[in-house]
Ligand binder design. Structure first.
Ligand SMILES: Nc1ncnc2c1ncn2[C@@H]1O[C@H](COP(=O)(O)OP(=O)(O)OP(=O)(O)O)[C@@H](O)[C@H]1O
Ligand SMILES: [Mg+2]
Length: 231
């Protein structure tokens, strides 16, 4: 993630011309994964915990925890070249997906996934998304993406107020991208993504209490995964 995410105004045309590669077909064995996505502070971790409690399925980070060991994580977010950072976090997502494949659970809820890495780089400059798509294209048929991705939508101000009590390194890393322009481009990325695949959908988490967000998400689970979460 760069120190100055606002230095370019991205041409929307870049995004319009891009298409997502064809990823691996959903596996018939192993758990179904559902990812919760969205900007910093939208309420992803809160929702993952609540869904896990309510549904009785586990939740985990979309990136293998070993990748979050400080100071490596800080270096990769704050200092590394953007493409090194992207490759690092994508590899952590791919490794997490492999590790989850042998779990006995029917469903696993993931806090973020590979889409987050694409989102933060697209939000800096849409050209980066073009480069990342070209990079994963040759291996896309081996990459398992979540069966369903639920993107929490909340305004920049709401997200900022929700993360206001973060401190230390977590706050400092968030501040690298805490601008309305970054937030709005990240949102544009998620909408582009949802036009590419029906497996990506949205929940409005802006003026909703945490409980209301849980209820809206459970309704989505019932519609989209009736075999797992019955009505
Ligand atoms: N719907 C909501 N309404 C009000 N506050 C909320 C809501 N959802 C979460 N919060 C609060 O906002 C803060 C940030 O929530 P949370 O950590 O779940 O966000 P996040 O999306 O996981 O953030 P990050 O991107 O930093 O990991 C927490 O203090 C949480 O209690
Ligand atoms: Mg979180």
């Amino acid at each position: 993630m760069p120190a100055n995410p606002d230095r370019t105004t991205p041409p929307a045309a870049v995004l319009q011309a891009l298409s997502l590669p064809r990823f691996r077909e959903p596996s018939t064995s192993g758990p179904i994964t559902v990812a919760i996505e969205g900007p910093n502070g939208a309420g992803k971790t809160t929702l993952c915990r609540a869904l896990s409690r309510t549904l009785g399925f586990p939740w985990c980070l979309g990136t293998d925890e070993a990748w979050f060991a400080e100071p490596l994580k800080v270096r990769m977010i704050r200092d590394a070249e953007w493409y090194a950072s992207a490759m690092f976090f994508l590899s952590g997502c791919f490794e997490q997906t492999r590790a989850l494949r042998t779990r006995p659970d029917r469903l696993i809820i993931m806090d973020r996934c590979l889409w987050s890495t694409l989102a933060v780089h697209a939000a800096v400059q849409f050209d980066r998304l073009e480069a990342l798509i070209a990079m994963v294209q040759p291996i896309a048929r081996q990459i398992q993406v979540p069966r369903l991705t639920i993107v929490l939508e909340a305004s920049f101000d709401t997200c900022q107020s929700r993360i206001a009590n973060k401190s230390g390194t977590a706050r400092a890393l968030d501040e690298l991208t805490a601008t309305p322009a970054f937030h709005s481009r990240e949102r544009e990325f998620y909408h582009w993504l949802s036009r590419q695949t029906p497996a990506v959908t949205f929940v409005d988490a802006d003026v909703a209490t945490a409980d209301e967000v849980v209820h809206k998400t459970l309704d989505l689970f019932k519609t989209r995964l009736p075999e797992i979460v019955g009505t």
